[in-house]
Design a binder for this molecule. Structure first.
Ligand SMILES: [Zn+2]
Ligand SMILES: [Zn+2]
Length: 447
């Protein structure tokens, strides 16, 4: 089937129907590709190498020719170059026009080139288990991929982002070249075995809002998405600021407080930057509206309200570059502080906002090396100091005992200092101090 000579024919691949079109549970393009490969009984990597790469003239899907594409596969669900090219190729091969709906493809003006998407796989274990139980094909939802979506819209549990196998616990590429859906890319364990975490606490309300708004975009059909995509969001936002000023006498500076964005961000919009999706959600909340009405300009702004502060605190920062900048600043602070060396790589990572030392090492390898060696040196000095202090105390004890006419045996000295008899180093230290002080070896009688 994959011979070069029939590659340009239509329907090289099965006309597999995408799942959930027209609902907020619509399948992602990466999920579709994985299912398509399964239907043809081949690995995703083979589908790419044998069929897609040879005709994908833009050459570098997800920024690389062939190798390493899985690592960057999150962009397949976005609306950049790799998504565009891949969508076209797949439509050609399967004859299915609706594949445009499985990514942000038709939202290129509204949503900033896939930057709204997570870089790694996220999934609901309950959804996967449900498919397994009902013997349905396993599929992954596009909505799980949005950076700010943290829970499953159906089961209201947190989406998982790490392999459930306690020996693995790794993050997974959005699309694996080697394993089918529902399986860990690294250890091959079942992703449905994760125990759903359901204590949402304060996250519930803000997540419900985010899911409802993003879901309202995902249910749209091709025509509706295209219409929506005509909107110039920057102009739209400026219009809202003007109306707020006229209707309520609230100026830009104050209204940014209502929305919870910085005035810098507003400046960016005025220069034509595409606002983040989460900002548009916040903004529509503040004018008592919703995304769809906002985009179709069906808003009257007869009431404004503040975006609740505790909502803001439950939203993770989106801009990874900014986050990295922030982390870099914190890292520099720690490295220039007098306490540099006091903290291990693990502790430093947590202090500056990473989850663990491995991530820090990954992101800042040079700095991490310095942190590790400085901490080693710190620990060595600390140990030397401790031994020095102990030596001093031992000397004093021996002298005290001698002064009272008691033989300073190992047992007596170590007991006097409330140390453990089982630590080899204390015994050795005693021998050393005794010899230094009395210029003879320690007595053998141990009482
Ligand atoms: Zn679910
Ligand atoms: Zn695993």
């Amino acid at each position: 089937m994959f011979k070069d000579d029939n590659i340009n024919e239509r329907n090289v691949l099965y006309n597999l129907e995408p799942i959930g079109v027209g609902t907020d549970q619509i399948e992602s393009l990466t999920s579709y590709i994985a299912r398509l490969s399964k239907e043809h009984n081949i690995k995703v990597s083979k589908l790419f190498n044998n069929l897609i790469f040879p005709v994908f003239k833009e050459g570098n899907i997800t920024g690389a020719t062939g190798k390493g594409w899985s690592k960057r596969s999150s962009s397949i669900n976005g609306n950049g170059k790799s998504n565009n090219g891949l969508t076209k190729v797949l439509i050609l091969f399967t004859g299915r026009k609706d594949l445009e709906l499985l990514s942000l493809n038709l939202f290129s003006n509204l949503i900033n080139n896939g930057k709204e998407l997570k870089l790694k796989k996220a999934w609901c274990p309950s959804c996967l288990r449900q498919h397994e139980r009902n013997m349905e094909p396993i599929y992954e939802r596009l909505i799980w991929n949005f950076e700010h979506v943290e829970i499953c819209p159906i089961h209201h549990c947190f989406l998982e982002t790490k392999c459930p196998n306690s020996n693995c616990r790794r993050e997974l590429p959005v699309l694996s070249g080697e394993v089918p859906l529902g399986i860990c890319h690294w250890c091959k364990c079942k992703l449905s075995t994760a125990i759903p975490r359901g204590r949402l606490g304060r996250k519930r309300q803000v997540q419900t809002l985010i899911i409802k708004e993003i879901g309202s975009l995902l249910v749209l059909n091709r025509e509706q998405r295209k219409n929506l995509n005509q909107v110039q969001t920057a102009a739209l936002i400026q219009d809202i600021f003007v109306k707020v000023k006229i209707n309520f006498g609230i100026n830009d500076g104050l209204f940014t407080n209502y929305v919870g964005v910085s005035s810098n961000t507003v400046c960016g919009w005025k220069k034509g930057q595409v606002p983040a999706l989460i900002t548009l959600i916040k903004l529509s909340y503040c004018i008592n509206s919703n995304l769809i009405d906002l985009f179709f300009k069906k808003i009257s702004i007869d009431n404004i309200r503040r975006f609740p502060f505790y909502f803001l605190t439950q939203i993770r920062p989106r801009n990874r570059r900014l986050v990295r900048k922030h982390i870099k600043m914190n890292l520099a602070k720690i490295m220039n502080s007098p306490y540099f060396g006091k903290f291990s790589l693990e502790e430093t990572a947590k202090k500056i906002g990473y989850k663990n030392g491995a991530t820090l090492k990954d992101q800042f390898p040079l700095e991490s090396k310095k942190i590790i060696s400085a901490h080693k040196e710190f620990k060595r000095k600390k140990f030397e100091n401790k031994i020095e202090v102990l030596k001093h105390r031992m000397k004093e004890s021996i002298i005290e005992l001698l002064a009272s006419g008691i033989e300073p045996t190992r047992y007596r000295v170590i007991q006097k200092l409330s140390l453990s008899f089982f630590r080899e180093e204390y015994n050795d230290l005693y021998d050393k101090v005794y010899k230094e002080l009395l210029n003879k070896d320690t007595p053998n009688n141990e009482q």
